[in-house]
Design a protein around this ligand. Structure first.
Ligand code: ADP
Ligand code: MG
Ligand code: ZN
Length: 500
């Protein structure tokens, strides 16, 4: 099957895209939404379950107050109204990884409604309306075994892990997003990015898209003009990275434009995003709300959030991420471009902590965005997970500033820290990394370098000062990189009788 024949540019010239983004975020509460089971990621299958989250007959759910507080803080940070009265509902459907055959969710009485989040794309601000944020519980996870793809097709059998069943989940649903035109894919990505940053600042989730603690479904429809009624939407699932959000929206705009241009119709359905091919394929035809037979959860009391509680939580809201970035950029004296690199590298927090630990902003940026970013890219491990912390980087910066390490040796210290050899100081001691700036120790090496390279020495004597670099290199080599290069240069020039 070929891809769309309509290009993206043709698609957005002919049609006006409308988006709707549904983001599920797993909260980082200690325990699950309605029971006391732990929520830690990666436990042995079915080791974090109990009668409540397994849906055994006779068990009764109890609401996790921390999860409700997180939901309310999310709602407040998204400029929502917090409902003074909010109820849980049963959403009935069958799924092997959902043990009760219904999911406890919220339906017509969600905890937070009617907010917005501003996002910037290329200097322009788009206000994304928030329809609602509601509480629900996550499902378990099916593992399809024996096939090559991990999908159910071609598998020999399936296993179910209920550890995730019952983990608190907040679903954040936008109002239809209009007026984005050809920027629709970028706006979608910018929204999920801004939302992720906000949730991270709130410290309510570890927001790891690759681990599924932040998941996005992208609804897309096209209409002939901004004045027309909305077209039929599709809902693309499994969009597991920020880049995929952008790509999936873009693809769906092209695909729908292709269908519509050929006189076809879009059917309301879920679609699956395929990272490898960059395409979506049809899933199930979308059920309507009534198919779920929602009804109020009889085992749970409604949540009635007092005004005092709401105001107490409002007082805990962090500085909005965009404002914080602007403040830090100012403090650090970074250009817009530099700050964008820092943000893209997800190094804002790391640099902030490195500076707090005593490094200069420029020094902190140099290591996190240079050497360490390179290692992060090579290994596919996030910067924050590399195994060196801001204190370590700050210590290395301090040692360089004191003149006890040069950059080359600093890289060896990093090697040592990442290899688990201890702190920066421990690695310096155990690897014998001492910057030789003592003239006595350097003079012999300097004399040798001059003797071994008479031609170069003559050139320098004759006024070609730049040629001294080759001699500095020779000394550095002889001292295995542990000499203070600046001092070596001074000594060489002194010996050769030229002014630096
Ligand atoms: P569902 O139950 O199908 O998940 P939701 O109401 O939870 O429905 O989410 C639907 C999302 O799609 C919302 O973000 C909504 O604003 C958006 N949406 C609704 N109609 C359209 C449309 N015609 N085109 C694009 N997005 C739409
Ligand atoms: Mg939904
Ligand atoms: Zn449990």
């Amino acid at each position: 099957m070929g891809g769309p024949t309509v290009t993206f540019e043709q698609a957005v010239a002919k049609y006006d895209p409308v988006l709707g983004l549904e983001v599920h975020v797993e909260l980082n509460t200690e325990t699950k939404m309605f029971c006391g089971c732990p929520t830690t990621f990666g436990g042995a299958p079915n080791s974090q379950v109990c009668p409540v989250c397994l849906g055994l007959p006779g068990s009764l759910p109890v609401v996790n107050a921390d999860a409700v507080a997180s939901a309310m803080r999310i709602g407040l940070a998204l400029n929502c109204r917090i409902a003074p009265w909010s109820r849980f509902a049963r959403k009935n459907y069958f799924y092997p990884d959902m043990p009760k055959n219904y999911q406890i969710s919220q339906y017509d009485e969600p905890i937070a409604v009617d907010g917005y989040l501003d996002v910037d794309v290329e200097g322009e601000t788009y206000r994304i309306g928030i329809e609602r944020a509601h509480m629900e519980e996550d499902t378990g996870k099916s593992l399809h075994m024996g096939g090559s793809t991990g999908r159910i097709h071609g598998a020999d059998y399936s296993l179910v892990d209920y550890n995730r069943a019952g983990i608190p989940l907040i679903e954040i649903v936008t109002k239809p997003i209009t007026g984005t035109g050809d920027k629709a894919p970028e706006v979608a990505r910018a929204y999920v990015t801004a939302l992720r940053d906000l949730l991270r600042a709130l410290q309510v989730s570890d927001v790891r898209m690759e681990q599924g603690s932040l998941r996005c479904d992208a609804n897309v429809s096209l209409r002939p003009s901004p004045e027309a009624v909305f077209g039929t939407r599709t809902e693309t699932k499994n969009v597991n990275s920020l880049r995929s959000v952008e790509r999936a929206v873009r693809y769906e705009i092209e695909r729908q434009a292709d269908v519509l241009s050929a006189g076809g119709v879009i059917v309301q359905e879920t679609r699956h995003w395929h990272e490898d091919t960059g395409r979506t394929t049809a899933g199930r035809t979308k059920e309507e709300a009534e198919d779920y037979r929602y009804f109020p959860e009889p085992d749970l009391a409604p949540v009635a959030a007092s005004e005092e509680w709401v105001e107490q939580l409002r007082a805990t809201l962090p500085e909005p991420p965009a404002q914080r970035r602007a403040r830090l950029q100012q403090d650090w004296g970074f250009t817009d471009l530099e700050m964008r690199d820092v943000v893209n590298a997800e190094a804002v927090d790391l640099i902030e902590q490195t500076v707090a630990a005593g490094a200069s902003a420029a020094g902190a940026k140099k290591w996190w965005l240079g050497e360490l970013a390179r290692r992060s890219n090579d290994s596919g491990v996030a910067l924050a997970d590399l195994g060196i912390d801001p204190d370590g980087v700050a210590r290395i910066e301090t040692l360089i500033a004191q003149g006890s390490l040069n950059d080359k040796m600093a890289r060896q210290v990093i090697d040592g820290i990442l290899a688990g050899e201890g702190t920066a100081d421990e690695v310096v001691a155990s690897r014998g990394l001492v910057l030789v700036s003592d003239d006595g120790a350097l003079t012999a090496a300097v004399d040798e370098a001059i003797a071994a390279n008479p031609d170069v020495a003559d050139k320098v004597r004759g006024g070609k000062v730049a040629a001294v670099g080759a001699l500095v290199g020779a000394v550095m080599k002889a001292t295995r990189g542990q000499a203070d290069a600046g001092r070596v240069r001074e000594l060489l020039l002194e010996k050769l009788g030229v002014e630096g």
